[in-house]
Design a binder for this molecule. Structure first.
Ligand SMILES: N[C@@H](CCC(=O)N[C@@H](CS)C(=O)NCC(=O)O)C(=O)O
Length: 151
């Protein structure tokens, strides 16, 4: 919130100026939450190794990044951290339209398959849990999505 991720010292490491970001013991660096999850889960059942199981995990990770996080996380940022600045109100409303759509997609999957991908718990479940379980702090009515709440 103090703008540290845009300081030169941080941008030298991650030119995108965003967190999460990690520096590994071997000196490699890694940004993007779902890439970090993939790295940490490699070799465990949380990232299936072969074929359709891995592809389904990616399907939901990409959904999280493109259709969920940009709306639910951003609505949360505007309300929870920025305290609703007037100049972001139109964007906030837009986030609610697209965020509710994403929650409906989740609900449909949860009712049908339980875990994302349908093969058991994976990093896709972790990625989607993160901002979904706090979405009701910023105006998304989670009680409208009962299957998603119970899985
Ligand atoms: N796609 C990235 C998004 C990262 C992101 O937007 N991080 C926010 C905080 S949650 C950030 O660092 N914002 C600082 C900025 O944009 O200036 C991910 O999922 O890791």
């Amino acid at each position: 919130m103090a703008g540290d991720t845009h300081k030169a010292v941080f941008k030298k490491l991650n030119p995108n100026g965003k967190i999460p970001f990690v520096t590994l013991n071997d000196g490699n660096t890694l940004a993007e939450a779902d890439a970090i999850l993939g790295f940490l889960a490699a070799g465990t059942p949380w990232l299936p190794t072969l074929g359709i199981k891995r592809a389904k995990t990616y399907e939901w990770l990409f959904f999280e990044q493109y259709s969920h996080e940009p709306f639910i996380a951003v609505a949360r940022f505007i309300q929870y951290y920025q305290k609703m600045p007037a100049e972001r109100m139109a964007e906030y409303k837009e986030c609610h339209v697209h965020g509710a759509y994403a929650l409906n997609v989740i609900e449909h999957n949860s009712a049908k398959h339980g875990f994302f991908g349908g093969y058991g718990p994976s990093i896709a479940d972790i990625a989607l849990f993160a901002y979904t379980h706090v979405a009701d702090q910023v105006g998304f009515e989670l009680r409208k999505y009962p299957a998603g709440l119970t899985t």
